[in-house]
Design a protein around this ligand. Structure first.
Ligand SMILES: Cc1cc2nc3c(=O)[nH]c(=O)nc-3n(C[C@H](O)[C@H](O)[C@H](O)COP(=O)(O)O)c2cc1C
Length: 201
């Protein structure tokens, strides 16, 4: 294996990702857990948008969204996704590609319940990615769901998580004169063991 020490050391890419995120939490001014999530639509046209990474599990990355959104249709259609996270303060990035599955069980319920009441009601009110006539129409929808679902709304059936199980994870760190360090972890399918190689910058 190519020599791999310092911030790249370790046998488990999820541990390395957690360590890097923990460092970024101390140095980034905002949203250190923001990821640019890439999907493809039914025509193969790529799409990206930011979402917040909510969990790095032992074998997966988890984020939450609306199951009626454009991204959800693209995720469900392709069954695959990629994301990148970049920390300007650390000059590092992590790239992930993998297969996706929904998280719509107790874990999604627990995360939903942990959010502020206004965010929980907002999830009910937003028909994410659908056209909206006006801001006032959205606020009317918020008032409506507040009346309907009261002070303790359940998780909407159209809102929950996605888990990305990677087949590829790349760790990148800025080097002097653009001679950056890159290590790519790959496996053929989830549950296989990883192989790691150093890549040219
Ligand atoms: C920093 C940041 C974090 C965001 N986090 C989320 C998120 O966790 N979940 C989500 O559904 N949208 C999030 N959004 C909004 C998405 O970028 C996007 O506008 C929305 O999900 C609709 O995307 P879609 O039409 O491709 O489905 C975030 C936006 C930004 C800028």
């Amino acid at each position: 294996m190519a020599e791999r020490g310092g911030i790249f050391a370790g046998d488990d890419p999820f541990v390395i990702a957690r360590n890097w995120l923990a460092e970024a939490e101390k140095t980034e001014p905002n949203d250190p857990n923001a990821i640019a999530l890439a999907t493809v639509d039914a025509d193969g046209l790529p799409n990206t948008r930011m979402v917040l990474l909510k969990d790095i599990e032992d074998d997966a990355f988890v984020f939450y969204t609306n199951y009626g959104s454009a991204k959800a249709q693209e995720l469900d259609g392709a069954g695959k996704a990629a994301f990148v996270m970049h920390w300007k303060s650390l000059r590092r990035q992590i790239r992930v590609r993998g297969v996706i599955e929904r998280e719509e069980g107790p874990q999604a319920d627990a995360y939903y319940a942990s959010r502020s009441l206004k965010s929980r009601l907002g999830a009910w009110a937003s028909h994410q990615s659908q056209p909206l006539a006006s801001r006032a129409a959205l606020m009317a929808e918020v008032a409506k769901v507040t009346a309907t679902h009261g002070p303790n709304p359940p998780r909407p059936p159209f809102w929950g998580g996605y888990r990305i199980r990677p087949v590829e994870i790349e760790f990148w760190a800025d080097g002097a004169f653009r001679l950056h360090d890159r290590f790519r972890w790959r496996r053929n399918q989830k549950n296989d063991s990883w192989s790691v190689e150093r890549l040219n910058p």
